[in-house]
Design a protein around this ligand. Sequence first.
Ligand SMILES: [Zn+2]
Length: 116
Amino acid sequence: MGKYSSKINKIRTFALSLIFIGFIVMYGGIYFRNSPLVMTIFMLIGLLFIIASTVVYFWIGMLSTKTIQVICPNCQKPTKMLGRVDMCMYCREPLTMDPNLEGKEFDESYNKRTKK
Ligand SMILES: [Zn+2]
């Protein structure tokens, strides 16, 4: 099956890697402590990465409100899906909201939780 992951998990991994890059860049700035200007530039770039990751995390929060909780037909665990097609977080089972592609298991009854 390869290393497939649900969309939210991919974005979360991306946000996490941004934090790591940010800290590595800031840490790199310590080596230039004799040159305050270079160190400041490193700190600012590192800070930008961390700000970017915060934005991505905020975006995840926005996306999470749009996810729909479904029971995976394969492993029977509750998983969240984003958009019409996504994958189960646990078993990578492809899931779809399109009734033309799948049966009626994914109908309205599962959507109520996320509707406001
Ligand atoms: Zn599953």
